[in-house]
Design a binder for this molecule. Structure first.
Ligand code: PLP
Length: 383
């Protein structure tokens, strides 16, 4: 057999999926608390499921326009106009994608040439790294500060003549950090100075516990800022696979070329479900955000009685936990948590070297599991 491509050699499997599979093991003594997965434990709201069923029943089962169905594109642009007070033209400044992830993949395929560099702030979602490699580029990581914040001050030093883009994931998966307006302004001005693309992955924008600024605010920078978002997290629609990207017309045209030749369009039925989501009652998003905040507080407050330190998230449904010392016989902190406490989570090292003293837990488990998690770490962790 011939070899797989060079590009694929740097790509690694998803760490959260690998850990989630281990929670299915039957040979462990006690119940494993699974805090690995980045998907809401809530079900998709009923009115969205109903819209999907109706779409199937009424025969909306065919390819759609590659940009996405008109009513959905218009509704998303209307939503942004009301919610963020920004204007994107639904005819040519946006593309509906099969999930936000696919949109990000298109972007790297569209903008990168061999060895072009993309700057990523640690701690950072692991898929960017692999998608940059798949685009033929090279990820460049900026280590986080001691308290695990993105080190915006180090941005300038990371830029060279090969730099093509900066990624801002806001709020941040895995730390739940929300960039301040000052930080965003400073990043935008550096991107402008060096003529770089700015890719803003804002998939957790609706799950925020303090005021959030979307990078779409910088409307005069549409020719460099590409906004990515989607329905998976806010509306608990991970399996529907609907996301979208906003940018200036020629960028959207380029992304759509890749989209047309790979996916053709986002799933038709899911697009009708997404339309119901974005035009329907939004209270459910706020209610669920409150639940995540409550779970985050249970963890941050609860762990104060333990040797572990939780970094209070400002958004998302994740929390990073600092582990003061990993016993030598474990390869990393996630393994330590798994073996000693029966807790499945993702090791911090997967989000960058500067996060190796941490683990990421996902708050997408019921209060009972969250309380049990805190109990195990406080009672057994202090023994
Ligand atoms: N971006 C970030 C930062 C994520 O954490 C995830 C999912 O874990 C995605 C994008 C993927 O979103 P989608 O389900 O819309 O592809």
């Amino acid at each position: 057999m011939k070899d797989m491509s060079q590009r694929l050699r740097s790509v690694v499997p998803s760490a959260s999926m690998a850990m989630a599979q281990r929670t299915q093991r039957k040979d462990v003594e006690r119940r494993i608390i699974d805090l690995t997965w980045g998907q809401p434990d809530f079900d998709t709201p009923d009115h969205i499921k109903k819209a999907a069923s109706e779409a199937i029943q009424s025969g909306k089962n065919r390819y759609t326009a590659s940009l996405g169905i008109k009513e959905l594109r218009r509704a998303i642009c209307d939503f942004y106009r009301n919610y963020y007070h920004v204007d994107y033209n639904f005819e040519f400044e946006m593309l509906v994608t099969p999930g936000a992830k696919q949109g990000i993949y298109y972007i790297f395929q569209a903008i990168l040439d061999q060895k072009d560099e993309v700057i990523l702030f640690e701690p950072c979602w692991l898929s960017y790294r692999d998608m940059v490699y798949l685009g033929g580029g090279k990820p460049v990581f900026i280590p986080a500060t001691e308290d695990l914040r993105p080190n915006v001050n180090a941005l300038r030093d990371a830029i060279n003549e090969r730099t093509k883009a900066i990624v801002i994931n806001n709020p941040v998966n895995p730390s739940g950090y929300v960039f301040s307006l000052d930080e965003l302004e400073s990043i935008v001005s550096v991107a402008e100075e060096f003529a770089l693309f700015l890719i803003a992955d804002e998939i957790y924008d609706r799950i925020t516990f303090l005021p959030f600024t979307s990078l779409s605010k910088f409307q005069d920078q549409k020719d460099r800022i590409i906004i990515v978002n989607g329905f998976s997290k806010a509306y608990a629609m991970t399996g529907f696979r609907v996301g979208y990207a906003f940018a200036e017309k020629s960028i959207i045209h380029s992304l759509n070329l890749i989209h047309q030749h790979t996916a053709t369009c986002a799933p038709a039925v899911s697009q009708y479900a997404a339309f119901a989501a974005i035009t329907g009652d939004q209270n459910i998003v706020e209610q669920r955000t409150k639940v995540y905040l409550n779970r985050a507080s249970l963890v941050t407050e609860g762990l104060k009685k333990s040797q572990f330190i939780a970094i209070p998230p400002q958004g998302t449904f994740y929390t990073m936990i600092k582990v003061p010392e990993c016993p030598e016989h474990y390869i990393n902190n996630a393994e330590y948590f798994f073996q000693e406490y029966g807790i499945a989570c993702v090791d911090g090292s997967y989000y960058g070297d500067s996060a190796r003293e941490f683990v990421r837990i996902s708050l997408t488990a019921g209060d009972e599991d969250i309380n049990e998690f805190v109990k195990r770490l406080t009672l057994e962790g202090n023994e």
